[in-house]
Design a protein around this ligand. Structure first.
Ligand SMILES: Cc1cc2nc3c(=O)[nH]c(=O)nc-3n(C[C@H](O)[C@H](O)[C@H](O)COP(=O)(O)OP(=O)(O)OC[C@H]3O[C@@H](n4cnc5c(N)ncnc54)[C@H](O)[C@@H]3O)c2cc1C
Length: 462
């Protein structure tokens, strides 16, 4: 660190001398660009500094340092915030990635995990023990950043959302103390994530699971609108008959070297592969299959497979809307806009279904939409910056048409992790009564607004 007229840099120098194991970078450090790199490539923010604590006490010291020097802290784990919430201009970035332990209890019913653990590492630990928990799909996503704001994934129908699997949390509070979350705070962490300070440890539920069936089914997409319509009318019939909790069929439209394709990621989260094969045949029969990679795998294995399908970084973000049913109107809007999807690398469309345990009211969490629904993801995270405008124009028209649909089919809530700040109110996102709880808890647990950058829309000082 070189001397500067900024007295905070001199303080930082002393802080680092007192905590020599904490790696750090400021804008002039040689390792700055490596430490600063995140999923989105278009975030211009230059934080005051980035620090990489090694344990909860280091995180507490970092929060105290930030407060003493009048710099707002923000927390980063996987660095996948699509709206730049983990890399903010002039902030003090607390990068949790070195706090990535996994300790499984003797009964193998729960694990304590470090606040910076990524899916890939957690998946590997659990696979080695023949265990599972609610997880998402991309190995470089941070488990805390995903689960505490909701956490949709292939195991939602049987284990629930990520947030519903959290049974304990350690947080660094606004005073810079490591505290065990009480039931009030835990309720808010299950939905509003890091709004109360860095989560240095979570305790999460575990389930026995050795092998899954996983892979991609690609359907003939020559007439992609009809393919989507046919898949969904068949899928709805299967839903009425009753879908097993172990089944996930995540629908997606992707750009491939052969053109636009409709596919579904099939994941069967149970060791009973005989039944799984029966459902695989039923899902495959919903269209004309041109390629089917579904095979026995482990959680760690499928996470690595999916890594190969997603670029490590991109320009742009996502638009979203959640709907109750994929009814005829919704399918018509989707089909029409999928036909217009530009052939650029990174323009995609995904649909996450929420059914099962998390789709019913839960007073122990403030996550909003507790009813069965589909989260529609209009993805404009493109590999090449020159393609961004085309992807944005496509998504802009698509989302406008979706928002004009029958309002009775549209949930007021949208998924916070993929909601552009300002495009929906927090009252809608959490629901009016949960929102009141969140405000009250924010005033109680963050009275000076120390962590307001986490979710600026719930500023305790407003
Ligand atoms: C390619 C891609 C695929 C995705 N797929 C899915 C999906 O299938 N299902 C789904 O539900 N979501 C998905 N998401 C959204 C993703 O879950 C969120 O962006 C998530 O918040 C990312 O967490 P992170 O730690 O990787 O990112 P970060 O940018 O590091 O963190 C995201 C947010 O969480 C906060 N945070 C992270 N760690 C902590 C902590 N320890 N303590 C306090 N606050 C913390 C950060 O401050 C920030 O506000 C996807 C996103 C991307 C980019």
């Amino acid at each position: 660190m070189t001397s500067s007229s900024d007295p905070r840099l001199a303080s930082l120098e002393i802080f680092i001398q007192e905590h020599p194991t904490i790696q750090y970078a400021t804008a002039t450090s040689p390792n700055y660009s490596t430490l600063r790199a995140t999923y989105t490539l278009d975030n211009p923010a230059i934080p005051f500094a980035i620090v990489r604590p090694q344990n909860a006490e280091d995180v507490a010291a970092a929060v105290k340092f930030a407060k003493a020097n009048g710099i707002k802290p923000v927390v980063r784990s996987g660095g996948n915030s699509l709206f730049w919430k983990s890399m903010v201009q002039d902030s003090f970035v607390i990068d949790m990635r070195d706090i990535a332990y996994v300790n499984i209890n003797k009964l193998k019913t729960s694990a304590t995990v470090g606040g910076g653990i990524l899916f890939g590492d957690l998946g590997e630990h659990l696979t080695n023990e023949g265990l599972a928990t609610a997880l998402g799909t991309i190995p470089f996503i941070g488990y805390v950043g995903w689960s505490t704001y909701g956490g949709y994934g292939p195991f939602s129908a049987q284990y629930g959302l990520g947030c519903d699997n959290i049974i304990g949390a350690k947080v660094v509070n606004w005073r810079g103390e490591v505290i065990e979350a009480d039931s009030d705070l835990l309720r808010c962490i299950r939905g509003a994530g890091g709004a109360f300070g860095p989560v240095v440890e979570l305790t999460v539920k575990l389930y026995p699971l050795k092998n899954i069936l996983a892979g991609l089914i690609i359907y003939d997409s020559t007439d992609i609108a009809t393919t989507i319509q046919n898949f969904n009318s068949g899928y709805q019939k299967l839903s009425i008959e009753g879908l097993p909790p172990a089944l996930c069929a995540l629908q997606m439209v992707l750009n491939s070297p052969y053109g636009k394709i409709f596919a579904c990621t099939f994941i069967w989260g149970s060791d009973d592969h005989e039944t799984g094969q029966t459902y695989l045949a039923k899902i495959a029969a919903l269209g004309q299959v041109v390629n089917n990679t579904v095979a026995p795998n482990t959680i760690a294995g499928y996470l690595q497979q999916l890594k190969a399908m997603v670029p490590p970084n991109a320009y742009g973000s996502i638009e979203t809307i959640s709907i109750r049913k994929l009814n005829a109107e919704a399918l018509a809007v989707i089909a029409r806009n999928i036909e217009k999807m530009p052939q650029v690398d990174g323009a995609n469309f995904f649909m996450h279904e929420l059914r099962g345990p998390s789709a019913t009211p839960n007073p122990e969490s403030i996550f909003g939409p507790r009813e069965p629904h589909m989260v529609l993801e209009l993805i404009k995270t493109v590999a090449e910056q020159r393609d961004l405008k085309r992807a944005e124009d496509w998504v802009g028209t698509f989302i406008d048409e979706l928002r004009k649909m029958d309002p009775r089919n549209i949930l007021p809530s949208t998924y916070i992790s993929i909601t552009k700040p300002g495009s929906n109110s927090f009252k809608n996102i959490f629901g009016p009564s949960n929102y009141e709880v969140l405000l009250e808890m924010k005033r109680k647990y963050d009275p000076e607004g120390t962590f307001d950058l986490a979710q600026p829309e719930v500023n305790s000082l407003k």
